[in-house]
Structures are given as structure tokens and as C-alpha cells.
Design a protein around this ligand. Structure first.
Ligand SMILES: Nc1ncnc2c1ncn2[C@@H]1O[C@H](COP(=O)(O)OP(=O)(O)O)[C@@H](O)[C@H]1O
Ligand SMILES: [Mg+2]
Length: 285
């Protein structure tokens, strides 16, 4: 096909030999299948900030580390330089996350770098060499659903151990190949320890994925993986290979009703005594 403008520089630099076809045009990016270094790979071209629909970007960026302080100042001021820097941070966040997760034992497409707002990565394919389907387009037996759900919970655990929460995990951001699920689409991944929304985002990620597998294995409904994982994490007990049960025991002590009633009674008695004392002080005429 005719080379799209945004891919032209990569073609000129020899990072891409040929653009084969457009795979998808999503809300944040357009994905192309390309030939690069003698392999079929994919190139994700990020949309410019003003074309993106991703809501509440600031929530996701909270706690994201910016390496030099001049950048950090420019970003917080929102200058044009700042906007460019923010844009770059957004784009490199995904490639950074891919390298990090690849090392942490999470199946993600292998990254080959990010240049000029284009991420080059492995194309995930099925056994026939066709582009792998998204989890949301796959039907499966209860047995496979339970197996793959356990794999996904292990990936979420390893991600968190590597300091990241996906932040947009769903059946549309997981591909399925012959070996199981592969996690994609990570530009919004959040820093688990520095972001105040991390717990809520982890819960949303885990619950969405669990609900999808529960369509095929209803026993997953009602499991408490998100709370279990976060609780272990907060207590410093989460490990990449932590065994999860999906059960979570309420650790917060239930409100002790008797103590509360006794306190109310004591306060009431004290008040009565005070009133009596006051009455005593009133001269009886
Ligand atoms: N590495 C990949 N291998 C195969 N297909 C991919 C790959 N990355 C993305 N896709 C396809 O492109 C679509 C859009 O990519 P995604 O990273 O989810 O971006 P968006 O932000 O547009 O949702 C995915 O739903 C998937 O179908
Ligand atoms: Mg997506």
C-alpha cells in the first residue's frame, strides 16, 4: 500500500521495509502490518493529542516519572514545549511498559522501539499465521476460561510486582494466540505506588477481565481477586508467583455495636449529671 505519511520517516531510516496493510484504526492509534528486518511486524501510530479521545489523561499520568526537572516544569505549566513533552511521555510510556513487562514474565508483544510516535512491535498471530483475535471475539470452554483467567490473574500480579497497573484492561486489549492470552495497549499504564487511583484501576481491570471469562465459567463470578491482590501488595506480600485463591476475608473489624451503645449511654449520663449540677446551682426561689 501507499506509505502513510507518519510511517515515511521510518521507511527512509530503514526501520521499515514495506507497509503491507492497515490492521485497525482505534480510538488512540492506527495499527499497520509492516515488513521490517525481514519479519512481519506491526507499527502502532499514535494519534495526535487533540485527536485522541482518552478521557482524564491526568489521572493516568499522576506519579509518572519525568526524568529531568526542566521537562517536569514545562509539563506542569502546559506550555507548547510542555505539551510536546507530555505527548512524548505518553508515547514512550507504552514502549517502556512493554520492555518492563516482557522482563517481568507477562506475555506482551515484543517491542522493537518507538520512533517519531510510532511503536514497532511483534505481530501476534494464531497458529495459521493470521493476526490473533481479541479475547472479546473468542468463545471457549469453561476449562480453557478457568485456565486463561488464572494466567491473566498471574499477569496482573506480575505487572503490579513490576510497579504497573494496566489501567485499560478488557477483553478488547487482550489478544489470544495458540499459547494463550497476550496483553496489549499500554500507553496509559499507571505507576502503582505513586498514583492514588491505582487501587481503583486495578479493581476495574481485574473485574472486567473476570466478568468476560465468567461468561464461559460462571463460577468466576463473585471471586475477589482484585481485593486479594491489592491486599497482598499493600502488605508487601505480593510476589510474581503468589498463589491466588480469589477469596478475600474482610479484615476490617466489624463495628462493635455494644461499645458504641455504651459510649452513647455514658455520654448521655454525663450530660444528665451536668444538667443536674447546673440545676443545683440555680438558686431555688
Ligand atoms: N501486537 C499486535 N499484534 C496483533 N494485533 C495487534 C497488535 N497490537 C494491536 N493490534 C490490533 O490493533 C488493535 C488496536 O490496538 P491497541 O493497541 O489496542 O490500540 P487502541 O488504543 O487503538 O485500542 C487491537 O485491538 C488489535 O486488534
Ligand atoms: Mg485497544
Amino acid at each position: 500500500m501507499k506509505t502513510p505519511k507518519r510511517l515515511q520517516p521510518l521507511l527512509e531510516d530503514g526501520l521499515i521495509d514495506e507497509v503491507l496493510y492497515q490492521l485497525m484504526s482505534g480510538k488512540e492509534a492506527t495499527v499497520y502490518v509492516v515488513r521490517s528486518c525481514g519479519e512481519i511486524r506491526c507499527a502502532k501510530v499514535y494519534k495526535e493529542a487533540n485527536q485522541r479521545s482518552f478521557k482524564k489523561a491526568s489521572q493516568y499520568q499522576e506519579g509518572r516519572k519525568v526524568r529531568n526537572s526542566r521537562r517536569a516544569r514545562a509539563m506542569s505549566k502546559g506550555s507548547r514545549f510542555g505539551r510536546n513533552e507530555q505527548e512524548q511521555t505518553w508515547q514512550t510510556a507504552e514502549v517502556d511498559a512493554l520492555y518492563r513487562l516482557n522482563n517481568a514474565g507477562v506475555r506482551v508483544p515484543e517491542p522493537y522501539g518507538c520512533v517519531d510516535g510510532v511503536l514497532l512491535m511483534e505481530l501476534i498471530t494464531n497458529e495459521e499465521g493470521e493476526v490473533a483475535p481479541r479475547l472479546g471475539d473468542v468463545e471457549m470452554s469453561a476449562e480453557i476460561a478457568l485456565e486463561d483467567h488464572a494466567v491473566m490473574m498471574a499477569y496482573v500480579t506480575r505487572m503490579l510486582c513490576a510497579g504497573l497497573v494496566h489501567g485499560d484492561l478488557s477483553e478488547f486489549n487482550v489478544l489470544v494466540d495458540g499459547d494463550g492470552p497476550v496483553v496489549i495497549d499500554l500507553p496509559q499504564a499507571v505507576d502503582a505506588s505513586a498514583n492514588n487511583h491505582a487501587e481503583r484501576m486495578l479493581a476495574r481491570d481485574v473485574n472486567k477481565i473476570t466478568s468476560y471469562y465468567a461468561l464461559f465459567a460462571p463460577e468466576l463470578q463473585g471471586t475477589q481477586y482484585a481485593r486479594e491482590i491489592w491486599d497482598l501488595y499493600e502488605n508487601g506480600q505480593l510476589h510474581p508467583d503468589s498463589e491466588l485463591t480469589g477469596l478475600f476475608e474482610e479484615t476490617e473489624e466489624e463495628a462493635d455495636v455494644d461499645t458504641v451503645l455504651n459510649e452513647i449511654k455514658a455520654a448521655w449520663e454525663e450530660e444528665q449529671a451536668r444538667l443536674l449540677r447546673m440545676n443545683d446551682e440555680v438558686p431555688v426561689v
